[in-house]
Design a binder for this molecule. Structure first.
Ligand code: P1T
Length: 389
């Protein structure tokens, strides 16, 4: 388990991203953390070793990443997994037992819904979903059996904003922990642990990796909260491999500058989309009339690089627009340097039953944009020609 120790707390965000856990290699002086491609570590005598025994349990490249992630989120410890959903699974399996309940915000990644619905429900863990995003909405669903509250903010795909500090207070009053999936914001924009959350989860596949070349996940929190999750990580084994850990570490180094550009580009496109006659509605927390704008201003540094919008003409028109994009790729995922567009109803959120999905506002006319860091005029021109059909 990587630990955020030393003077990391005194450094600014960008310095931590480049240096925390990434001291020159003690064995060789290599400036960049090497990819320790080894499954095992030779011991001098049984139990006498340099801190590493077997790479499922711990690997130096992964430790460096875990330490950096903990330092960026302001947590004591971090754990790196093979995917975002592996990280989510570890949290749920380590902290919940049959009969326990999870209360989750209704708008969340389709894969997280599927995991709760199709994997954990049959094992006796019930999820209850709050359509009401206010702290009272959550308070109304919490029971004596609720062990965990699970939220994303901004949410996937509708970019709702939830008040982390207020929901943490509600969860704690009822004896539950609050886990925040911070994938859409990244720790550069928002640090949920500082606002009272107990756990932060990421799909590192997204902004943290930043280049759409790796699948990974992580959990960050206090040593005490992470202890059973670390046990589960080693016992179940869905760890980040050393090469994947290296790729995420390399991505982290430029997280601060990338996020600045993602946010700047998204702001320009969101404002432009609002004025476009083919667009019915734009979801972007940076718009002053977004219902979560004030909370976002308070708990985020900036408003992020994700925009969703609904086109006039429904599903058929959305499909036409998406197939006409030339520069922007039609693809699942987000958070890479290149812009991606997706159709949540048939792609990222297809695992939610259609009626439920539509009731939650994810209809066929909805398009989700992960705004990359390309020249923004080129992105606007591509959207303009696609929307002109
Ligand atoms: O794909 P994976 O690394 O397992 O991460 C899952 C995950 C968890 N949390 C959030 C908020 C996510 O958005 C995701 C993955 N999402 C997509 C692939 C997507 O296109 O929305």
């Amino acid at each position: 388990m990587g630990r955020a120790t030393g003077n990391y707390g005194e450094w600014g965000f960008a310095t931590r991203a480049i240096h925390a856990g990434q001291e020159p290699d003690p064995a060789t002086g290599a400036t960049i953390v090497p990819i320790y491609a080894t499954s095992t570590f030779t011991q001098e005598a049984p139990g006498q070793h340099k801190g590493y025994e077997y790479s499922r349990t711990a690997n130096p490249t992964r430790t460096a990443l875990e330490t950096a992630l903990a330092a960026l989120e302001g947590g004591e410890c971090g754990l790196a997994f093979a995917s975002g959903l592996a990280a989510t699974t570890a949290v749920l399996a380590a902290l919940l037992r049959p009969g326990d309940e999870v209360v989750a915000a209704a708008d969340l990644y389709g894969g997280t819904f599927r995991l709760l619905d199709k994997v954990f429900q049959p094992w006796g863990v019930t999820a209850r979903y709050s359509d009401d995003r206010s702290p009272t909405g959550f308070a109304n669903l919490l029971t004596a059996k609720t062990r965990l509250v699970w939220v994303e903010t901004p949410t996937n795909p509708l970019l709702h904003i939830l008040d982390i500090a207020a929901i943490a207070e509600v969860a704690h009053r009822h004896g539950a922990l609050l886990a925040v999936d911070n994938t859409f914001a990244s720790p550069y924009l928002q640090q949920p642990l500082r606002l009272g959350a107990d756990l932060v989860v990421h799909s590192t596949t997204k902004y943290l990796g930043g280049h759409s070349d790796v699948v990974g996940g992580c959990v960050v929190g206090s040593r005490q909260v992470l202890e059973p999750i670390q046990f589960y990580q080693n016992a179940a084994g869905a760890v980040a491999g050393p090469f994947d850990a290296f790729l995420v570490l390399r991505g982290l180094k430029t997280l601060a500058v990338r996020m600045e550009q993602h946010c700047a580009n998204a702001r320009v496109l969101a404002e432009w989309l609002c004025r476009h006659p083919a667009v019915e509605r734009v979801y972007y927390p940076g718009l002053p009339d977004h219902p979560g704008h004030e909370v976002a201003r308070r708990q985020m540094r900036d408003f992020g690089g994700m925009i969703s919008f609904r086109v006039r003409g429904g599903g058929e028109q959305a499909r036409r627009v998406l197939s006409r994009l030339r520069l922007i790729s039609l693809a699942e995922s987000l958070g890479g340097v290149e812009s991606l567009a997706c159709h949540p109803a048939t792609m990222t959120h297809a695992s939610i039953p259609p009626q439920l999905r539509e009731a939650r506002g994810i209809d066929d006319g909805l398009i989700r944009l992960s705004v990359g860091i390309e020249t923004v005029d080129d992105l606007r021109a591509d959207l303009a020609q696609a929307l002109a059909c």
